[in-house]
Design a protein around this ligand. Sequence first.
Ligand SMILES: Nc1ncnc2c1ncn2[C@@H]1O[C@H](COP(=O)(O)OP(=O)(O)OP(=O)(O)O)[C@@H](O)[C@H]1O
Ligand SMILES: [Mg+2]
Length: 282
Amino acid sequence: MRNTITVMNAKGGVGKSTLVLALAETLSAFHGKKVLVIDSDAQASISHMLLPQRQLEALQDEGQTIVDYLVAAVLKETPEDWRRYVIAGVSDVDDARSIDLLPSDTNLTLFEREISKGEREALLRRTVGGILREARQAYDYIFVDSAPGLSVLTECWLREADFYLSPTRPDYISTRGLAFLRKFRQRNPEMGFADLLGVIVNMKDPQSVEDDQYDQWLRQDPENRCFARPVLRVTPLQAAAYFSPSDRSYWAKYPGQTGDHLRMLTDEFVRRITGVQNGQRR
Ligand SMILES: Nc1ncnc2c1ncn2[C@@H]1O[C@H](COP(=O)(O)OP(=O)(O)OP(=O)(O)O)[C@@H](O)[C@H]1O
Ligand SMILES: [Mg+2]
């Protein structure tokens, strides 16, 4: 089943991690879906959003992150089961209980340096492909939250996943990040690449004429396959990054219109993927 999605924009700070969080929690709470989130960013933002800080630090100290798995599988060539590194039942939303996480760690940066030195890109790609192949069977949806920029690891996820989803802010530099990715995709088509599921305009300020112009401009290009509605810049989505020590309801985390809009976004996401899975034209 085609259900693996790399979330990517070469530009940083466009809301990749925030939207992975919101989509995963909405899919779990309202669609009853089993979701795996793979944190492929050394900043470990999505890991911080899904786990209490103490637990995450303990996992990092104990060598229980994706970095430890990749070091074993790619640098030491001692294959292990990636599932051993998965933390089940993450998220502070009490009705989103079906989200698993492969957490990350800052030393992902060092790992990537070793990969480039040692010409192990091919083995890294096979390893990443292996995780996705097995995860496809075990989960309804798998999201890879990628780092900004285009690292060797991000390239592997983009080439091995079924789809990629690109959040963007409605501004010039973020849209350049999209253009960069499009060019990169066209460069070596024989190497394989995920299909674009769509662009999500994020952090739109409803009062800003400039934001509206960029939003319209992005929508005019059919190649962007923009999602119907922009995600507005709102306080609850900014605050969502903070992992609450006590569980909260979905509506406490995403109150009012924010939750309504996230549900519409998630419905569209499910329609798009299901359409492809059922063989309709994307
Ligand atoms: N719709 C939104 N409304 C308000 N704040 C938002 C929204 N989306 C994201 N943010 C905030 O913007 C900042 C950047 O978001 P986030 O970390 O999700 O981006 P990113 O693309 O994952 O960044 P990076 O490239 O560093 O991984 C965070 O502080 C986040 O809380
Ligand atoms: Mg991020």
